[in-house]
Design a protein around this ligand. Structure first.
Ligand code: ADP
Length: 324
């Protein structure tokens, strides 16, 4: 166990969920952007009347997003509460967690801002406690944070944030996460500065899928997984196609179809909506192509006068990292 009051530093990466065809099951972590956090264990003492002068979880926001500090409303707190409930190792009436969060991943941008806080908090807490939990346990705890953010316990951002690389959530109940290998891939992300509420992006989806579309989609998912495992860039590119979710969700993102055409023409293997949007990502084999794709994104959004932010990065293979 890390001594009481000793701070640790945590780096929690952004993640791209769905990976075009793998709605709710595929995702990958990126090296930029990422959230910075600090955590420590603290002693909880009581005053003369028996009241605690320190909560079991104290959240301190050191950014300007005004996120809730109530542990039940901040995703980091919700994830930690789930961990505390299962942890018999320490007496949480005597020990608590203090968590500082510096959000560098804008909340609601569609690149796993909430997952980074939830995953960062539980990986940090596990380290402070001497690593009693497995990665699967940590994913389970962190999913409670996603429930606070979007109303649904999903793992497609949490799994890659904790494991790093590309992950497949084969089953959620019971949880089964498969870490997939991937060849070197460059990632270009654009975040148009509009708000797409996750709840809205989910509510517009159709509840039924035509069999012909399902066949296409599972062909693409299998093709993408095979392409990643074989390092076959062309197969990855051909499989980055979504015939079920994207045609509906893309109407929420200005310029989506033109952007896709321009990025593919610039040489990207493929790409689409990151999570529930509004961010859009494209994968490229070479860094030069990823930079050319970035220029296309800038050109398009400048053209329609929409403020935006871009990143050119790579797949993060380590997941949440701890520095002492
Ligand atoms: P993203 O895909 O970028 O994570 P979501 O819409 O899924 O976006 O999650 C952001 C929501 O979660 C916002 O409503 C935000 O207020 C809430 N939230 C609560 N705590 C946090 C936190 N620590 N980090 C990010 N978002 C948080």
């Amino acid at each position: 166990m890390v001594p009481i009051n000793q701070w640790i530093k945590i780096k929690a990466p952004a993640t791209v969920a769905n990976m075009v065809c793998g709605f709710d099951i595929l995702g990958f972590a990126v090296n930029n952007p990422y959230d910075e956090m600090e955590m420590r264990l603290v002693s909880r003492t009581t005053d003369a009347a028996g009241n605690f002068n320190q909560a079991s979880i104290t959240i301190i926001n050191i950014d300007n997003y005004n996120l809730p500090t109530d542990p039940e409303k901040n995703v980091a707190g919700a994830a930690l509460l789930a961990m505390i409930e299962e942890c018999t190792l320490v007496d949480f009436s005597k020990i608590g967690f203090e968590v500082k969060i510096n959000k560098l991943i804008k909340p609601g941008s569609g690149v796993g801002s909430s997952a980074a806080s939830s995953a960062g908090a539980v990986v940090g807490a596990n380290y402070l406690l001497g690593n009693p939990f497995t990665k699967d346990d940590l994913v389970r705890f962190a999913m409670n944070g996603e429930k606070v953010a979007s109303g649904v316990k999903h793992a497609d951002n949490i799994a890659p944030c904790i494991h790093g690389g590309v992950t497949l959530v084969r089953s959620i109940f019971p949880l089964e996460i498969i870490a997939l290998p991937s060849p070197t891939l460059f990632v270009t992300i654009v975040h148009p500065q509009i708000e797409v509420r996750t709840a809205d992006a989910r509510s517009i989806l159709k509840q039924n899928v035509q069999l012909k579309d399902a066949i296409k989609q599972w062909g693409n998912i299998a093709g993408l997984v095979a392409g990643l495992m074989k390092g076959d860039y062309d197969l990855i590119g051909r499989s980055l196609e979504d015939v079920i979710i994207e045609p509906i969700r893309s109407i929420l993102i200005p310029g989506f179809d033109d952007l896709k055409k321009a990025c593919k023409a610039a040489g990207a293997l493929g790409g689409g909506i990151s999570g529930s949007g509004p961010s859009i990502f494209f994968l490229s084999k070479e860094k030069e192509t990823a930079l050319a794709v970035e220029q296309e994104m800038i050109k398009l959004y400048k053209g329609i006068g929409l403020a935006h932010h871009t990143y050119v990065t790579t797949i993060n293979q380590t997941g949440v990292e701890i520095e002492c």
